[in-house]
Design a binder for this molecule. Structure first.
Ligand code: HEM
Length: 449
């Protein structure tokens, strides 16, 4: 069985129909030719956007000339009330300075220090699942809880049960329900002058979340000043001075960063883990291999990660088939010529992990689930040139290394104790919300081993 793929729309539809389809789901609003095209243009009455699928073009935009293709301001508009000037939205000098302060906290060595906190979150997840054994469960709910726990424990040394942490988690859920689609502003053919209203409720929720995060950050600052702060990611970031200017983040600026770490770090990992569990229910022979491999888990030592190879290959394959961030948008700051086509200044450049990862002219068996592909010539070449679940180049996800430890670890911990089984007639249908999610959740039967 091929893992679920959303139906493509017919090649030609009216603009009105396209917009309606788009509102429902970005993935099924696209025509099937995008799985074969190197580049495609979406013409709308107000602006032009170009999807880039050719590895050389993606490389040029993300790796060779990132400064000429900054983040599209159309995306920032939608997220500004929640994220302020966070590293996810800024461009130019501000962004460069923020990355200089944040990046050291996510370096390889620090990952090792963060590992015990991740381990505890994984154990807590398995313990919470105990009451659900034998039942049909919605796994996005489970993985979302687990990923949020990882963020609070690694960033603030707080478990998700902590009162403020738990409030942040629940408020974020409310926020996402109110504003389900992250990238929509970038495609929807509305002119720039048309105001985009945030509902009063969305704004109020964003304000509450920010107040809670401000509380955590202020408390952390007090601990740092008193010399009692635990050595976690927030402490590291807040005590790191920009090597160029010597400045540190103000509390306000740190609040912006914490908001994005939470949002970017928990929704994405939760989505990836939930899809991986579903794929394993679809391919029980792989699930058994991972459960056997998970027997190596003993003491919480970082070195165990090098033994969870199959878990890593499977997680990587799930990120290929269901990249949590399905599309990214940049803006051309000067006129370009790509594949003999004029790309005017101000055009939206769409990079689509979703289409690139299933490109029919690049991948062997593009829609199939095959974790052994990473050892093949085609898999290796495509991993270098056509695989970007974490984006690529200067703006690559800061949490990529973190996520590649967290994912396989939680997966192995769960499978050591439980088996997940597919429920006939309840296969998930992927749709792009804030991340790639399933239309009605991902339901599986949980069985204790
Ligand atoms: C499976 C998990 C994850 C996936 C698939 C993922 C994917 C991505 C992608 C595709 C981007 C680039 C978005 C764009 O250019 O528009 C990004 C950016 C970012 N991610 Fe992740 N991410 C994951 C986990 C995390 C974690 C765990 C953290 C932090 C704890 C994190 C923090 C960030 C930040 C701060 C950025 C902005 C970087 C910048 O613009 O300079 N992510 N992520």
């Amino acid at each position: 069985m091929i893992p679920p793929k959303p139906p493509a729309r017919p090649d030609k539809v009216s603009l009105g129909r396209y917009m309606r389809l788009f509102r429902q789901d970005i993935l099924s609003a696209q025509p099937a030719r995008l799985y074969r095209a190197w580049m495609a243009e979406f013409k709308t009455p107000f602006f032009r956007s170009f999807l880039m699928n050719q590895p050389e073009l993606v490389d040029e935009v993300l790796k060779q000339r990132p400064d000429d293709f900054p983040k599209s301001s159309r995306i920032s508009e939608g997220l500004r009330p929640l994220l302020g000037d966070s590293v996810f939205l800024t461009n130019g000098e501000t962004w460069k300075r923020q990355r200089r302060i944040i990046d050291p906290a996510f370096e390889g060595g620090r990952l090792r220090d963060t590992f015990p906190a991740m381990w505890q979150a994984a154990e807590a997840c398995v313990a919470r699942m105990q009451g659900q054994a034998g039942q049909e469960v919605e796994v996005e709910e489970i993985t979302s809880h687990a990923a949020a726990d990882v963020i609070f424990r690694t960033l603030f040394s707080l478990p998700i049960e902590h009162e403020v942490a738990s409030q942040v988690f629940h408020q974020f859920r409310a926020y996402q329900r109110e504003q389900p689609i992250l990238n929509i502003a970038a495609f929807v053919p509305l002119p720039r002058w048309m105001p985009r209203f945030h509902s009063r409720k969305t704004k109020a929720t964003a304000k509450e979340i920010r107040a809670l995060i401000t509380q955590l950050t202020t408390e952390k600052m007090a601990q740092i000043e008193a010399g009692t702060a635990p050595d976690d990611l927030a402490t590291k970031i807040m005590t790191t001075a920009d090597p160029k200017t010597g400045e540190r983040f103000s509390t306000q600026e740190m609040v912006d960063q914490v908001a994005i770490f939470f949002l970017a770090g928990h929704e994405t990992s939760a989505s990836a883990l939930a899809w991986t569990l579903y794929l394993l229910a679809l391919y029980p022979e792989w699930q058994e291999k991972l459960a056997a491999e998970a027997q190596v888990l003993g003491a919480p030592e970082f070195s165990v990660m090098s033994k969870l190879r199959l878990s890593r290959d499977v997680f990587r394959e799930a990120l290929r088939l269901y990249p949590p961030v399905p599309m990214m948008v940049r803006q051309a700051t000067c006129p370009e010529r790509f594949r003999d086509r004029e790309v005017p200044e101000g055009s939206q450049i769409v990079l689509s992990p979703w289409h690139l990862h299933r490109h029919e002219r690049l991948w062997d068996n593009p829609d199939g689930f095959d974790p052994t592909r990473w050892a093949t010539e085609n898999g290796k070449k495509c991993q270098r040139e056509a695989y970007m679940p974490f984006s690529a180049g200067a703006r690559v996800c800061t949490g990529a290394g973190f996520a590649m430890v967290e994912g396989p670890l939680i997966l192995s911990m769960i499978l050591r104790t439980y088996r997940v089984e597919r429920i006939e007639g309840r296969d998930p249908v992927p749709v792009a919300h804030l991340t790639v999610r399933s239309k009605d959740g991902i339901w599986l039967r949980l069985v204790r081993r």
